[in-house]
Write a protein of this length. Structure first.
Length: 443
C-alpha cells in the first residue's frame, strides 16, 4: 500500500510550509510501507555504527549511540518524526534527507558536526552489495538543468539573483562569495570582525592576481564577476578589467561599486556568456566559476580560456574539487544541492581539471590547496546568516528557506572539514609557453 499526504499537509512540530513554494517539502513522497521499512533498517544500521547520538524528539530517549550519562563529544541528531524521515529517504535518498530537514522533521545540536561525521563515512553508509542498486533510487539530473547558454543564464538567476540584500547579510562587506585565505586561521568558533574577514578575502584575491601577474597596464578578463571586488582590486593595481557575468543583480551592483571605488573608467562589467567573449587578454581570472559550468561544458570552458589568452599570458583559477570517483558517481545524479541550491552545477576532481585543461592546450604550473580555509569561510558565513535570521525573514525568505540555506552552508562546511572537498588556486599557461615556475603543487 502506498501513502501520500495532501499537498497542504503540515505535521505538528514541523515548520510552516507553503505548499505552493515548497511542494516537495509540504507533502511526503509516495513510498510503499516496505520501501520505508527497508530505508529505516538501512539508516538505523548505518547510523548505529557512526560516532553519533540519535535521539527521538520530545521526551524520547536515545535511539543509537553511547548510552552513558556523562558528557560526550558525539553530536546528536534528533528525530522529531522518524516515520517521515525514513519515508523521505526511502523514496528520494539524500534529497529526502535534505527535504526532511527543511520540513523540520529532524534537527541537530551541532549540524556541522553531524554532517561532518556523515561525510567522513559516506562510503560506508550503504552496504557494498546494495551500492550496485544505487540507480534504483537516485534520480538523474533534469535535462532542463543543462548549462546551455540559455540554461546557464536561468540556473545562475535561480541562485545569484535571489537578492543582493540577502547575500550582504552574511558575506563580508566586500561581498566576496568564495573561499577566503586567512593569515592565520582564526581560533575555533571565533567570529571575525568585518574588517578582518574582508582582509582574508583580499588576501585570496591578491594571491590570484599575483598568479596572473596582474599589474599596471595588464589587460585582464574575469569570468564570473561576483559583486565586483576582484575587478575593483585589479583596477587599483592599474589593470584594465573586463568582467563578465550572467547575473543581472550582480551586474547592476558591480557597476555601482566600481563607480563608488573610482575605477569605473578601468572596469567594464558585461552580461555575457563566457562562450561568447572575444579578444585576447594578458590575464584571465575565474574564481569558483567552473563548478557552475557542468561537466558537459568543461571542454567549452577550457577552450575559451585558451582562446582568450594572449601569448605569454597567465590564467588564475580558484576551484572547488572532490575525489575523482565521487565526482563520477555524482555527475549524473540529481542531488539535494542541485535541486535546491546550485542547479546544473558539478564540482570537478583534480584529475578532471588536469585532463580538461591539457586537452585545451593548457598546462598547470601552480596548484595550492586551501580546504581548511574554506571550512572557516563557511563557518563565518553561517554565523552571520544565523545571527541575521530576523533580517532574512524581513526580506521575505520564509523559515523553510532559512533552514535550507542553513543546511547548505553547514553541509558545505562539513565537506571541507571532513576532507571530502578541497579548494585550489591554480595558474595555467599555454602549453607551448615557457616560464620560471614560482610554486608547485602543495596542499
Amino acid at each position: 500500500m502506498t501513502l501520500s499526504l495532501p499537498p497542504s499537509a503540515v505535521h505538528a512540530g514541523h515548520v510552516p510550509v507553503d505548499p505552493q513554494r515548497w511542494p516537495d517539502v509540504a507533502r511526503l513522497p509516495r513510498a510503499s510501507a516496505a520501501r520505508t521499512a527497508v530505508a529505516r533498517l538501512l539508516v538505523e544500521r548505518a547510523l548505529a555504527r557512526l560516532p553519533l547520538r540519535i535521539r527521538a524528539g520530545g521526551t524520547g530517549g536515545l535511539l543509537a549511540g553511547p548510552r552513558d550519562s556523562g558528557d560526550s563529544s558525539e553530536p546528536t541528531l534528533t528525530l522529531h518524526d522518524p516515520e517521515a524521515f525514513h519515508r523521505r529517504i526511502g523514496a528520494d535518498g539524500l534529497i529526502g534527507f535534505g527535504e526532511s530537514y527543511m520540513a523540520g522533521e529532524w534537527d541537530a545540536d551541532d549540524l556541522v558536526g553531524v554532517l561532518t561525521v556523515l561525510a567522513r563515512h559516506v562510503d560506508d553508509l550503504v552496504p557494498a552489495p546494495l551500492r550496485r542498486l544505487r540507480g534504483a533510487w537516485v534520480r538523474r539530473r533534469p535535462e532542463t538543468d543543462l548549462n546551455t547558454p540559455d540554461g546557464a543564464r536561468e540556473n545562475i538567476q535561480r541562485h545569484y539573483d535571489l537578492s543582493n540584500d540577502l547575500f550582504a547579510l552574511f558575506l563580508d562587506p566586500g561581498l566576496s562569495y568564495s573561499s577566503a585565505v586567512f593569515d592565520p586561521l582564526p581560533h575555533a568558533s571565533e567570529v571575525l570582525t568585518d574588517t578582518a574577514f574582508t582582509a582574508a578575502q583580499h588576501h585570496k584575491i591578491d594571491r590570484l592576481l599575483d598568479l596572473a601577474d596582474t599589474g599596471p597596464g595588464t589587460e585582464l578578463l574575469e569570468i564570473g564577476t561576483g559583486w565586483g571586488e576582484l575587478a575593483i582590486r585589479a583596477a587599483a593595481r592599474g589593470a584594465r578589467v573586463r568582467t563578465v557575468t550572467l547575473s543581472e543583480e550582480q551586474l547592476v551592483l558591480a557597476r555601482r561599486r566600481a563607480a563608488l571605488a573610482g575605477v569605473a573608467d578601468r572596469v567594464s562589467v558585461e552580461r555575457i556568456d563566457y562562450r561568447h567573449v572575444r579578444g585576447r587578454y594578458d590575464a584571465v581570472v575565474s574564481v569558483e566559476m567552473i563548478e557552475a559550468v557542468g561537466a558537459e561544458f568543461w571542454p567549452d570552458y577550457f577552450t575559451a580560456l585558451r582562446r582568450l589568452l594572449a601569448p605569454g599570458g597567465r590564467i588564475a583559477l580558484q576551484a572547488i574539487t572532490m575525489p575523482h570517483e565521487r565526482m563520477l558517481a555524482t555527475a549524473r545524479t540529481h542531488t539535494w544541492i542541485s535541486k535546491y541550491v546550485f542547479p546544473g552545477g558539478l564540482i570537478p576532481s583534480p584529475e578532471a581539471l588536469a585532463h580538461e585543461s591539457a586537452a585545451a592546450g593548457l598546462r598547470i604550473t601552480h596548484d595550492t590547496g586551501y580546504g581548511d580555509h574554506y571550512a572557516e569561510t563557511l563557518h563565518q558565513w553561517r554565523a552571520r546568516f544565523r545571527h541575521n535570521d530576523a533580517s532574512v525573514a524581513a526580506l521575505g525568505f520564509d523559515r523553510v528557506f532559512q533552514r535550507m540555506w542553513d543546511l547548505y552552508l553547514a553541509y558545505s562546511e562539513a565537506g571541507f572539514r571532513s576532507g571530502y572537498l578541497d579548494v585550489r588556486q591554480l595558474r595555467l599557461t599555454a602549453a607551448g609557453d615557457t616560464e620560471t615556475e614560482t610554486g608547485g603543487k602543495t596542499s
